[in-house]
Design a protein around this ligand. Structure first.
Ligand code: ADP
Ligand code: G6P
Length: 355
């Protein structure tokens, strides 16, 4: 099927291990673009795709070449490149990017089988999320922007316990065992992709509580590559300087252990980056406006847009800390990037959003 669009699709890659907040991030992103994404209507109920007016999000698990039984027989995990068809992934992402619809396979997470394909038409923004968006050099080249969600082992463990133990009835031992079993392949095939990411959201245990191992209070770092086209890193107070800020004064309510922001230049895998860090959590989300007013280059369209987005989705995981804040900001940066790419193609110069 050939669909004639101008080939204007902007392609975004989002990499992370499963259970690390990709779907939450996608909900924040599509909300910034002005509409919730829904599964395709009338299709396979087990489709992994989400579609909104502007954005289509596909899950790269759909490019598994081995189904659950096949992986068991061959003794490979879903993280192993041998369980995935990168040739097809490349062909189809390239087609979408050039305005051509594709018949994408569906990996059925319920049955573990590969289902008949679904039609994917070229959207304005095409997000490929999953384990390997930056693994294959050909696919990587097609990405206009890439993000890696880097959840430290301690935090991953705390989240898994919360979900698998509380909601799915798994035992502590079995959760530990499953994380340990994935680790070698995770280290070999997933983690190295972060060196290619334009932005990394790193989630670590807090440093505000000595020897904290609860994983509830988080230190979150937004690592932004310098020199990426259409992407100007966010900064705190003074671009390029090194700053440490404890905003708990007259204007921000903080309870123990408080909040600490840091900002400054660093190197990351040999690249120059800017890092914005937030340790701690907000007591009152409406006071976020105070933090927002001190951040620059956040690509908002009006004063308070970050705070508005955060309040709108206060029920999403991470809304009271740096994970929600930085996911929201990255969403705004992606909207800005998209608008700049479209403007550059139409030949009309457009100022980058400066706020
Ligand atoms: P994925 O799509 O990568 O599998 P989800 O967005 O569905 O991940 O999140 C999986 C689970 O991880 C959530 O149900 C929640 O328990 C936990 N989680 C995700 N993001 C956060 C966060 N920012 N803070 C706390 N818990 C989180
Ligand atoms: C990862 C992949 C999934 C896969 C799951 C379990 O989370 O993202 O695609 O289903 O591992 O793999 P298994 O081989 O146990 O079905």
């Amino acid at each position: 099927v050939i669909t004639c669009s101008a080939g204007d699709t902007v392609v975004i890659g989002l990499a992370a291990d499963s259970g690390c907040g990709k779907s939450t991030f996608m909900r924040r992103l599509t909300s910034v673009f002005g509409g919730a994404a829904e599964p395709p209507k009338g299709g396979n109920p087990d489709s992994n795709t989400l579609i909104s007016d502007t954005t289509t999000v596909i899950c790269l698990d759909d490019y598994h070449s081995l189904d659950r039984t096949g992986r068991k027989e061959k003794g490979v995990t879903a993280l192993d490149p041998r369980a995935n068809n990168f040739d097809l992934m490349y062909e189809q992402v390239k087609a979408i990017k050039s305005g051509v619809a594709v018949e994408k396979p569906i990996y059925n997470h319920v049955t573990g089988l590969i289902d008949p394909p679904e039609l994917i038409k070229p959207p304005k923004i095409f997000v490929i999320e999953g384990l390997h968006p930056m693994y294959d050099a050909r696919v990587r080249e097609l990405l206009d922007f890439s993000i890696y969600l880097d959840i430290s082992n301690e935090v991953k463990f705390a989240w898994k316990i919360q979900r698998d133990m509380a909601e799915r009835g798994h035992s502590l031992e079995s959760i530990k065992a499953s994380i340990e079993a994935r680790k070698p392949d995770f280290d070999a095939y997933i983690d190295p992709q972060k060196q290619y990411a334009d932005a990394v959201i790193e989630v670590l245990p807090t440093e505000l509580i000595p020897d904290d191992n609860e994983g509830k209070v988080l230190r979150v770092r937004l690592i932004m590559k310098e020199g990426v086209k259409y992407f100007n890193p966010v900064y705190l107070f003074d671009e390029g300087s090194t700053i440490s800020w404890i905003p708990c004064g007259r204007k921000l309510t903080c309870s123990y252990p408080g909040i600490k922001f840091s900002y400054g230049p660093e190197t990351y895998f040999g690249h120059e980056v800017s890092v914005l860090e937030m340790d701690g959590q907000f007591d009152r989300l409406d006071e976020l406006i105070y933090i927002e007013s001190h951040l620059s280059s956040i690509s908002t369209k009006f004063y308070g847009e970050v705070t508005q987005q955060m309040l709108k989705h206060a029920d999403f995981p991470g809304s009271n800390n740096g994970t929600g804040l930085f996911q929201t900001i990255v969403g705004l940066k992606i909207r800005d990037l998209y608008e700049q790419i479209v403007a550059s193609k139409s030949g009309a110069p457009l100022e980058a959003t400066k706020t």
